[in-house]
Design a protein around this ligand. Sequence first.
Ligand code: PXP
Length: 259
Amino acid sequence: MSKSRSGLRALRLGVNIDHVATLRNARGGIHPDPLRAAHLSIEGGADGITAHLREDRRHISDTDITRLKTELTRPLNLEMAATEEMLGIALRHVPNACCLVPERREERTTEGGLDVIGSLKTLKPYVAQLKDAGIRVSLFIEPDLKTIEASAKAGADIVELHTGKYCHLALDNDAVGVAREIERHRKAAAAAHGHGIEVHAGHGLTYNTVGPIARIPEVVELNIGHFLIGEAIFGGLSSAVRRMRQLMDDARAELGAHA
Ligand code: PXP
């Protein structure tokens, strides 16, 4: 695991480009192009690109995944449901990482984490086959200690902590709820790290909410999409990514100053 000069684990930024495809698909054409967005994100400081190939193909398409895999200069993190169809696609493309997420057709976005405890038996063979192909496997989970234990049993390399609830509470200015959620993330990150599992986090993060998550020392990657793509409308994608990158680095430096 890479460490910065201060000795702290470096914090990577994965930019999720799904909503560039949402906008493109609204008119059924080729503009705006998610691959161009990926290149601009990298120019702005993204360490990797994340894309979710949904069963209903509502945003990212199969062709997008092919183009991203062949043309990207940084690692691709493929978000997908644990299904036979998606497993076949992942094994064909061999992205750097696969993040297994729960998926329901009617949801607007990935609402809640994977039920790793309840679906341990089903998940295990997916994790094993992806790992055998040299793909790092991440499970998108709530920051819950029992779910972390189950993730270790599933053989996950990584857990991505679902920050959605924290971000909602922050939007509602619920300071007590925010403090409780940050504490849950802290404990979950430490527990996962103790199991030898790499810790990522994401969902709903903005300029205002990224700091407390970036200050959790075990977290080594954040995946951020919707907010950055929205901000890109006002000031461009590279500059939105650059600002997010700066806020992450500032939070990390603060952590170093208090270490
Ligand atoms: N991580 C995972 C696993 C996700 O499913 C998503 C949403 O696609 C994100 C991160 C990014 O969330 P947001 O678009 O709210 O930043």
